[in-house]
Ligand binder design. Structure first.
Ligand SMILES: Nc1ncnc2c1ncn2[C@@H]1O[C@H](COP(=O)(O)OP(=O)(O)OP(=O)(O)O)[C@@H](O)[C@H]1O
Length: 349
């Protein structure tokens, strides 16, 4: 879909992109980086809106330096900033954008109605957008990117400003853009957890340079660790500790990563399962102790392990254990804002 070759963008005082080379394949791709990493700059160059200083790129086989308007005909773009005129309705605005993309008036009206319904805007689409919530505005911005039925959409921070429920809804919508309509998506974010759930591929940039590009599955490869959570009982008021001691006595390596600030983390046990018999040993020991098994799952790496997080958690097992233990809806370590690991490499994952 996109081929980027040694792309450099220098502003007078900062190099926003530094010899970036990466290819984007069909599907949903996350472009992740801390604030200022160069994500928006890259998107503007890909749309042919801003010239590169050196290097080049093609989008759908079209050259960004020479064929910008052809690219913009075929690609949808959702900008990061608030760009909606407050005194027109979503319908008027999206029809206008569809007309700008070359659709005849009747087709523009029909596509607008379909697209606004698809993103979840109904009666409110006739009201002026100045009175919309952030979530509704983000939906309109997504709708205008989709209205001309592009092959590819570039979404710049579509979950910005949304609460957790709004974020989940937006992420589900983005996923459906690809699964229901076959439109490929390049979506930027500085929240790693989002990309882990939504994207097939992830490209990580830091200071305008490529840190790592690979499939999400490769980022989140399973590890030989088992995360085990059990209930407490009258006989074992601290079930986790009772299980840990019994597993160690049975010859397994088992550690409680500790609370590490995440609710529920104190009840998590990480068990070395390099040998497959560890699963049976854990099951049998839980039964012998009369505990309830809440979960036993193979621990997976989180993309966040490429980065240090604010708390300094990140590449450590304890930090990740805390993230894995956070109950649904509680932002875990991998949902925190990115702090790129300076000089770090993707090999940390
Ligand atoms: N028009 C401009 N003139 C000068 N510097 C710019 C310009 N646009 C961006 N920059 C600088 O280029 C760097 C990359 O900015 P960019 O907006 O691409 O980052 P980003 O990853 O999208 O971050 P954010 O999520 O905060 O938008 C930053 O240091 C920014 O200050």
């Amino acid at each position: 879909m996109i081929a980027i070759e040694s792309l450099t963008k220098r502003y007078p005082r900062v190099t926003a992109l530094d010899r970036l080379t990466v290819g984007i394949t069909p599907g949903v791709t996350g472009l992740v980086g801390a604030n200022g990493a160069g994500k928006s700059t890259l998107i503007k160059i890909l749309l042919g809106l801003s010239p590169a200083t050196e290097g080049g790129a093609t989008v759908l086989g079209l050259d960004v330096a020479r064929e910008g308007s052809a690219i913009r005909e075929r690609v949808g773009y959702m900008p990061e900033h608030d760009c909606l005129p407050p005194d027109v309705s979503a319908t008027e605005f999206v029809v206008h954008m569809a007309r700008m993309s070359g659709l005849p008036f009747t087709a523009a009206r029909e596509r607008t109605a379909d697209t606004l319904r698809h993103v979840g805007l109904y009666e409110e689409r006739y009201r002026p957008m100045g009175g919309y919530s952030t979530g509704m505005k983000q939906r309109v911005k997504l709708a205008q990117a989709l209205v001309h039925d592009p092959k590819l959409v570039l979404l710049d921070e579509p979950t910005n400003g949304l609460d957790p429920v709004g974020r989940d809804e937006m992420l589900a919508l983005i996923r459906r853009v690809h699964t229901d309509f076959g439109i490929s998506v390049l979506v930027t974010s500085h929240l790693l957890g989002e990309l882990e759930r939504t994207c097939d591929h992830v490209v990580v940039i830091d200071g305008g340079r490529l840190l790592r590009a690979s499939s999400t599955a490769d980022f989140t490869k399973s590890t030989p660790s088992l995360a085990v959570e059990v209930t407490d009982t009258d006989a074992h008021p601290d079930g986790t500790e009772a299980l840990r001691a019994a597993l160690v006595a049975a010859g397994l390596s088992a550690q409680a990563p500790g609370a590490a600030g995440a609710p529920g983390a104190g009840h998590l046990l990480m068990v070395d399962a390099t040998d497959e018999s560890a699963y049976d040993t854990v099951r049998d020991t839980v039964i012998e102790l009369g505990l309830g098994l809440v979960r036993m799952e193979q621990r997976r790496h989180h993309i966040a392990e490429v980065f240090h997080t604010d708390s300094g958690a990140g590449a450590s097992d304890a930090g990740d254990g805390a993230a894995a233990a956070a109950p649904a809806g509680v932002p875990a370590a991998h949902d925190r804002e990115l702090q790129p690991q300076k000089g770090g490499s993707g090999d940390a994952v």
